[in-house]
Write a protein that binds this ligand. Structure first.
Ligand code: NAD
Length: 294
C-alpha cells in the first residue's frame, strides 16, 4: 500500500498552528492578521470559494473583510477599491477572486495589488521573487504541494520530477519550486504541456509526478513508474446517483490503479485541495508579521 498523503489532516494541522500563533499575538497585544477579499459578481463557485476563505479566517482568529461588487462594476472602480485596500494599514492581505468579468483586465487588476499584500502570490513581483528563490508569497496550490512533500518527508534531491501542465497558477510555479536549490527541490524537472510528444514515455521516467492537466483520470497505471510519488492536482465533479449530493469528486489520476504502483499518492478529494486555504492563511500570517517584505 502506498503512503496516502492526507491533505485534509495536514491542512487542519497547519490551521491549528496558525490559530496558536494568533492566540500568542493577541496575548502580546500585537496586530491581528486581517485578510480582505474582493468578489465581483454572483458566480456561484466564486461565492463558495470566497465564503470558505472568510470562514477559515474566522476559524483561526483572523479578521476579514469581504468587499462585494456588482458584475457591472467598471475597471476603474475596481482598481480604486484595490488601491484603497493597498493604502489601508489595518489590512495585511488582499485577494481578488478570479475570474473577473470580461470587461476587466486581470493583468491590470493583479498588477495594482501591492506586492506586500499579495497573499495569492499572483503579482509579477512575487512570481519574480519566488523564481529568484527570494522570500515571496507563493501561490496557494504550489505552496500547498510543497508543504505536503515537506511534511511527509518525501525525498526530492536528485530525483526526476515530471510536471504535467504549465498553467501560471499550478504547473509553471511547481516546476520552478521543484528545481530550486532548497528542500523540497533540487529535482531534475521536466515540464510537459499540450504540445509535448510521447508523454507516457516521459511520465514513466518520473520519480515524482505532479499532475495538473485538468482532464479526469487522464494518468493511468501504464504511465507511472513503480514506486513513484504521485501528486494529483485535478478536481472534477462527476454525476453519481449513489451519493446524496448527486456527484462525487475525481482527479486527473486514475486513483486505484495508480495507487497500486505508487510509493506515495495524494487522493481526490482530501489531497491537494484542502491545502490551498491553509496556504492562503499562512501567507496572510506572514504578511501581518512582515516576514516576506522586510
Ligand atoms: P489549465 O487548464 O490552466 O492547464 C492545463 C495544462 O495542461 C495546460 O498548461 C496544458 O498545456 C496542459 N495539457 C493539456 N493537454 C496536455 C497533454 N495532452 N499533455 C500534457 N499537458 C497537457 O489547468 P490548471 O488551472 O493548472 O488546473 C489543472 C487542474 O487542477 C484542473 O482540474 C483544476 O480544476 C485543478 N486545480 C485544483 C486546485 C486545487 O486546489 N486542488 C487548484 C487549481 C487547479
Amino acid at each position: 500500500m502506498p503512503i496516502l498523503i492526507d491533505g485534509k489532516k495536514t491542512s487542519d494541522q497547519i490551521k491549528s498552528e496558525i490559530a496558536a500563533r494568533v492566540a500568542e499575538i493577541r496575548a502580546e497585544g500585537g496586530k491581528i492578521p486581517h485578510l480582505a477579499a474582493v468578489l465581483v459578481g454572483n458566480d456561484g463557485a466564486s461565492q463558495t470559494y470566497v465564503g470558505a476563505k472568510v470562514k477559515a479566517c474566522e476559524q483561526v482568529g483572523f479578521e476579514s473583510t469581504l468587499v462585494r461588487l456588482e458584475d457591472e462594476v467598471s475597471e476603474e472602480e475596481l482598481l480604486k477599491v484595490v488601491e484603497d485596500i493597498n493604502q489601508n494599514p489595518a489590512i495585511d492581505g488582499l485577494i481578488v477572486q478570479l475570474p473577473l468579468p470580461k470587461h476587466i483586465s486581470v493583468e491590470k487588476v493583479t498588477n495594482k495589488i501591492k506586492p506586500e499584500k499579495d497573499v495569492d502570490g499572483f503579482t509579477p513581483a512575487n512570481v519574480g521573487r519566488m523564481t529568484l528563490g527570494w522570500p515571496a508569497y507563493v501561490a496557494a496550490t504550489p505552496y500547498g504541494i510543497v508543504e505536503l512533500l515537506k511534511r511527509y518527508k518525501i525525498e526530492t534531491s536528485g530525483k526526476h520530477c515530471v510536471v504535467i501542465g504549465r498553467s501560471h497558477i499550478v504547473g509553471s510555479p511547481m516546476s520552478i519550486l521543484m528545481a530550486r536549490n532548497d528542500y523540497p527541490g533540487n529535482c531534475t524537472v521536466t515540464l510537459t504541456h499540450s504540445r509535448t510528444k510521447n508523454l507516457p514515455e516521459i511520465t514513466k521516467a518520473a520519480d515524482i509526478l505532479i499532475v495538473a492537466i485538468g482532464k479526469p483520470e487522464f494518468v493511468t497505471a501504464d504511465m507511472v513508474k513503480e514506486g513513484a510519488v504521485v501528486v494529483d492536482v485535478g478536481i472534477h465533479r462527476i454525476d453519481d446517483s449513489t451519493k446524496k449530493s448527486g456527484f462525487r469528486l475525481i482527479g486527473d489520476v486514475k486513483f486505484e490503479e495508480v495507487a497500486a504502483k505508487a510509493s506515495a499518492i495524494t487522493p481526490v478529494p482530501g489531497g491537494v485541495g484542502p491545502m490551498t486555504i491553509a496556504s492562503l492563511l499562512y501567507n496572510t500570517l506572514l504578511a501581518a508579521e512582515r516576514k516576506v517584505f522586510q
